[in-house]
Ligand binder design. Structure first.
Ligand code: ZN
Length: 329
């Protein structure tokens, strides 16, 4: 165990104490991870391991998705001196089985993710991140890798890192990329035992892999738990699990962009940018003829057009946007 991990352990212990004192039991402690789950985090989980984004329970289409505040989300986000990423490279690791007959873990589901990322880079939404200085609001999807259950169907945080490590060591995605963000995207039959579905919907962190500082994230197919990790059951692309997943993916991507090593942009409570807008979708939400809510239309890989419902992102002045260019909150 290295010093960094030991430090993390101490922080996790402190966090458990805080949890005991505040009864904020929803937020999982990370081993230095930023986790995004069902609750706003009251405490930074510690540096080094994944972050988990708290995601609210969904409304089952009973009501429109929450718009959210147009004011400053206090306490203000501030800079803590660590590096940020200008224009990161994105790597997709498809874990488990994405060729199932359940209508969600499918090749077309993967295409929803890829179309989403294709349109997201440089979008009016993602340009919110350019307000932080060096981040450009753009990124590039570099390559993909498939892992058929090399670590089984029940992952731990450590096993997620092993998945990333094996994918890098395979050479199929090129050498370890310190400007990369590696996403482990699990099919819905895969558990993440530190709290996927029960305490978070995704997380991001950084670690040393193959001698490089590698940023990586976990995002599972929300089809495993639509009530926890998707905003709606009827979704714009006919795949509620993956349509839920992409909102979490955007969240983890922008947080890694602006706080890759968990020492750059976050507020006095330890919340990163996207945490402060989590599960709010702004004032421009529309509805498709099938009843699915959406707040942005992006251009996919083949010039196709898709609608998505994506949680807002925070700008450097601590306001949440769905369209930073037109200042739509
Ligand atoms: Zn977060």
């Amino acid at each position: 165990m290295d010093i960094r991990k030991h430090t993390i352990g101490v922080r996790v212990f402190s966090f458990f104490l805080l949890v005991a004192l505040t009864v904020c039991a929803q937020d999982a402690p990370g081993s230095g991870t930023e986790r995004d789950g069902t609750h706003a985090r009251g405490q930074r989980e510690g540096d080094g391991a994944p972050e988990i984004i708290p995601h609210r329970r969904n409304s089952h289409n009973a009501i429109a998705p929450t718009g959210g505040s147009t004011g400053v989300i206090t306490p203000n986000i501030t800079f803590h001196g660590g590096p940020v990423m200008g224009a990161p490279n994105v790597y997709l690791i498809w874990y488990g089985n994405w060729n199932q007959s359940n209508g969600s873990d499918t090749a077309s589901g993967k295409n929803i993710v890829k179309d989403f990322l294709h349109g997201l880079s440089g979008s009016n939404y993602y340009l919110t991140n350019s307000s932080y200085g060096a981040p450009t609001g753009t990124f590039a999807v570099k390559s993909e890798y498939t892992d058929s259950y090399s670590q089984g169907n029940s992952l731990t945080d450590v096993k997620v890192q092993s998945v990333v490590s094996a994918a890098i060591r395979s050479g199929q995605m090129g050498p370890a990329d310190s400007n990369g963000i590696y996403f482990v995207l699990t099919s819905s039959d895969v558990a993440e035992t530190s709290g996927f579905c029960s305490q978070y919907c995704g997380w991001h962190t950084a670690g040393t892999i193959s001698g490089s500082n590698v940023k990586y994230a976990f995002v599972g197919n929300a089809n495993r738990c639509l009530s926890s990790c998707a905003a709606q059951m009827t979704s714009p692309n006919g795949n509620a699990g993956v349509d839920g997943m992409v909102s979490v993916l955007a969240h983890e991507l922008e947080e890694t962009n602006t706080d890759p090593n968990l020492d750059a942009w976050y507020d006095a409570n330890g919340s990163e940018d996207a945490d402060k807008c989590a599960w709010t979708f702004g004032s421009s939400v529309k509805r498709t003829s099938s009843g699915a809510y959406y707040n942005m239309t992006l251009t996919g890989q083949t010039g196709n057009s898709r609608n998505f419902l994506v949680q807002r992102e925070l700008d450097v002045n601590s306001k949440c946007y769905v369209d930073y260019v037109n200042k739509i909150q």
